[in-house]
Design a protein around this ligand. Structure first.
Ligand SMILES: Cc1cc2nc3c(=O)[nH]c(=O)nc-3n(C[C@H](O)[C@H](O)[C@H](O)COP(=O)(O)O)c2cc1C
Ligand code: SF4
Length: 426
């Protein structure tokens, strides 16, 4: 029998050659003004060459507000019409390898936003994010945890303006030759804040019933479907389960996804947990969505393909698809560690595969707003300058980055910081 991972899959009008997809990641190193760079293209092209069935481009922004409040900068700007020719070039390069390309269109960072230019951060309801010290991903030490600033409740007019701008961006990406868009409603971001009764206690048309909590997403998806036509792929990335006391479970999220599906979705991509439970979102081991039963609930509730995350081992990915927990697997960190993961798997060269160690050096760099690199793959993040040494402009920042990461990654140093903080509190 043929390997399920290499069976084709229909997603909207697209025929994927296999079921292994590059998951969205903010690792693109665009230019300072948010235009794609040679590195953006080289990173994506290496993964397209490496055999994936589809590429979902993360670290991308669909609104002006999203860009201004982004916790990591610069991100790829898709909200600017003048960038269309360069965005088209990105799609052309990826598609020249027979790989479809989808843009993750971030509406806004909501509870994870950073207030800049005198602007407030906004969310469905005023609830900030508290990440306890023990809920960070493996390898990340933050003494005392992290508490984000309190967002303001978004006014209905602000919500509608973000809907309109996101719709415009999605249609721009279609004109730029991309195969589709994905609306991210996970990880405590603006769209996610509406989904759960824990983070949304509004009393207007955007709060209360599941229909109201889904309204922001339904309005975007139905308008994009209406204007883009049947052939443009529209996906949704959604939290599967919050894993927080009083949080929404998989049944609640799947019901919400079903309402958005009816507005014209072609796929649903799952994410697990939220910023309060980052250790679940970027897990230290395989299979969280499978073991909790969450994936199965989504698969049974929805008609469209369900994309899974958190399955690094091909054997686990295979077993998840065979047991009908989902239809395809998104690989994020495994494809930083090895852009040729899929080709090597298909050729049976498992021993040549560079495995992700899940120590999250990549995320530590992202958290410090440094260009993302991978401890297992020295070429990651430098694909555009293969074989060449670092440009002079990187010498000083590169050295400083090594010092900052060295100090903050040391458990002894961070233990000292924690002790000093306890003294101060006492
Ligand atoms: C460096 C880095 C950047 C990420 N950026 C994004 C992003 O822009 N959008 C998104 O939806 N998920 C992002 N993620 C989360 C991944 O898509 C994925 O859900 C997570 O890493 C777990 O999957 P994995 O075990 O295959 O890495 C990022 C993850 C990493 C490691
Ligand atoms: S730095 Fe590389 S090896 Fe380490 S967790 Fe990130 S992707 Fe995996």
């Amino acid at each position: 029998m043929s390997d399920v991972l290499f069976q084709s899959l229909r997603v909207g009008n697209l025929e994927l050659k296999n079921r292994l997809i590059l998951g969205p990641m903010a690792v693109l190193q665009p230019q300072k003004d948010g235009r794609p760079s040679a590195q953006t293209i080289a990173f994506l092209e290496a993964r397209a060459r490496g055999g994936v069935g589809m590429i979902i481009v993360g670290g991308a922004i669909g609104t002006r507000r999203g860009n201004d409040e982004a916790p990591f900068q610069p991100l790829l700007r898709m909200d600017i019409e003048a960038y269309l020719p360069e965005l088209r070039e990105v799609a052309e390069v990826v598609k020249s390898h027979g790989v479809p390309i989808i843009a993750e269109v971030m509406t806004g960072f909501g509870r994870m936003g950073v207030a800049r230019n005198g602007e407030d951060i906004i969310s469905a309801s005023p609830l900030n994010v508290v990440i306890p010290e023990n809920r960070f991903p493996q390898g990340i030490i933050v003494p005392g945890g992290r508490t984000t600033p309190m967002p303001r409740e978004a006014a209905a007019a602000e919500i509608k303006a973000l809907e309109a701008e996101t719709i415009e961006t999605c249609l721009r990406m279609q004109r730029a030759g991309w195969d589709g868009v994905e609306i991210p409603a996970h990880m405590s971001y603006f769209a996610a804040s509406f989904s759960s009764p824990r983070t949304n206690w509004r009393t207007d048309e955007y709060g209360g019933t599941a229909e109201n909590r889904a309204r922001f997403l339904v309005n975007i998806v139905s308008a994009v479907r209406q204007h883009a036509g049947a052939d443009f792929v529209i996906g949704l990335r959604i939290t599967a389960e919050e894993h927080v006391e009083g949080g929404q479970d998989a049944t609640g999220y799947a019901e919400l996804a079903k309402l958005v599906e009816a507005a014209g979705l072609d796929y649903v991509a799952l994410s697990d947990g939220c910023y309060e439970t980052m250790d679940v979102s970027t897990p230290a081991k395989d299979g969280g969505l499978i073991d909790s039963g969450a994936a199965k609930i989504f698969r049974e509730t929805l008609k469209v393909p369900v994309l899974l995350q958190g399955l690094h081992d091909p054997e686990n990915a295979r077993s998840a698809l065979v047991s009908n927990c989902g239809d395809a697997v998104m690989l994020a960190r495994p494809l930083l560690a090895d852009p040729n993961y899929v080709n090597k798997l298909q050729q049976g060269k498992l021993e040549d595969m560079i495995r992700c160690d899940r120590q999250n050096y990549c995320i530590r760099r992202l958290a410090f707003n440094m260009p993302v690199r991978c401890s297992a793959n020295p070429e990651m993040g430098r694909e555009a300058r293969a074989g060449k040494s670092a440009p002079a402009s990187r010498w000083l920042p590169g050295a400083l980055e090594r010092i900052v990461l060295g100090i903050t990654g040391s458990k002894t140093f961070m233990g000292l910081v924690r002790a000093l903080m306890t003294l101060k509190r006492g």
